[in-house]
Design a protein around this ligand. Sequence first.
Ligand SMILES: *Cc1c(COP(=O)(O)O)cnc(C)c1O
Length: 472
Amino acid sequence: MNWEDFARWGRRIADWGAAYHKGLRNRPVRAQVKPGDLLARLPQSPPETGEPMDAIFADFENLVLPGMTHWQHPRFFAYFPANAAPPSVLAEYIVSTMAAQCMLWQTSPAATEMETRMLDWLRQAVGLPDTFAGVIQDSASSATLAAVLTMREKALGWEGNRQGLFDQPRLRIYASGEVHTSVDRAMWVSGIGQDNLIRIQVEGQRRGMKPDALRAAINSDLKAGFKPAGIILSTGGTSVGGSDDVAAIVEVAQEFGLYTHLDAAWAGAAMIVPEFRDLWQGVDGVDSMVFNPHKWLGAQFDCSAHFLKNPDDLVRTLAIRPEYLKTHGHDGMINYSEWSVPLGRRFRALKLWFLIRSYGLEDLRQRIRNHVTWSKTLAERLRKEPDFEIVTEPVLSLFSFRYTPQGATDLDSLNQHLVDAINDDGRIYLTQTIFEGKKAIRFQVGQFDCTEADVSTAFDVITEIARALETQ
Ligand SMILES: *Cc1c(COP(=O)(O)O)cnc(C)c1O
């Protein structure tokens, strides 16, 4: 393809993109295909000669599109939002076109300096003090891994990378059962091991760790000769929004000199709204915190904002400087590849710049406020229905419910049937979870084009499909 054709196709795809978004309400949210459908229609071997772009694009529309679940659908209420607001998509187009590698300051000075400034904008936007510095990681999972590696190195006097874990004291990390599975995987990958992730009992509707139980667990590990290395906190857990009392847990961490990392991957974006900040009150005290602008804030995946009170600890854990990466004459510049596990990095800060300038913080706040209000309204409407119950109260825009018609015996399978029937119907998309041993249906509002009417439609679809199930 030459660059003239690129320009022509770029215009065509921009038109396609706008029409796609405008027509989303007419498509089922979740793909309505069977496993293997696309695979059966794709040629087994690659072509030996090039094909025209017309044919490729037609096949994209006919073969690929029906197999897509539409995360940008205004009635996507499953998992978590993954917004890609239009200015962020445009920035990504520019970034892919230039395709710069941004691992060192000198490999793309503007990308590094933009990242520094954008993370500082985000820091101010969520109300963190200026003692925090930020870096963009590819995902919250990577930020959590980087934090666990930092815990490991600090606890081992910076000898883990060199000596490995053989013959070292056995490290311990503490978290509630509400944290994301990325914490388990960080335990595996860091070599600390799943058995050394100690689950602390939670209390209350917030489902935060009991500070006394945490203290007791650390003391008993110390007595047994283990080496406590850190604590992982949650604000807005994935299942039902479980949130630690950050101030109380940080106090325990400080008693024992433990490193703390807070995972606010989903809920962190809502902290741009000052009245929601109670949820992570005490956040100033953590050592490390991650939230995903690629979820609720509107920046295209991938874009995780990782904030550190002392970036030197992270750099001491991850920096490696072979001769070919040395930047002679540029000492003192930030090289963000030293702040993350992968070396290569894309210019991800540009989409934040486009996004935040294009909307302004007040517009972004209002969207999130609306989502929270609409979600709470829906929870109240379902609560009033005699055959529905609210299982977990709204945490920001996330709550869970159950269909409990009189006389039903196996509520778990009934509710799974309900989720499946709703998703087969296609007007909305929901997912399930297990809460205290029982199946519950999650509901979260967060898609950028979602309106109050879409949330109201969700009420109609849920009640209509549930009651149709009952009569079968
Ligand atoms: C989505 C989510 C994650 C995982 O985020 P990635 O960026 O996909 O790694 C981790 N923790 C929480 C609380 C989440 O909501």
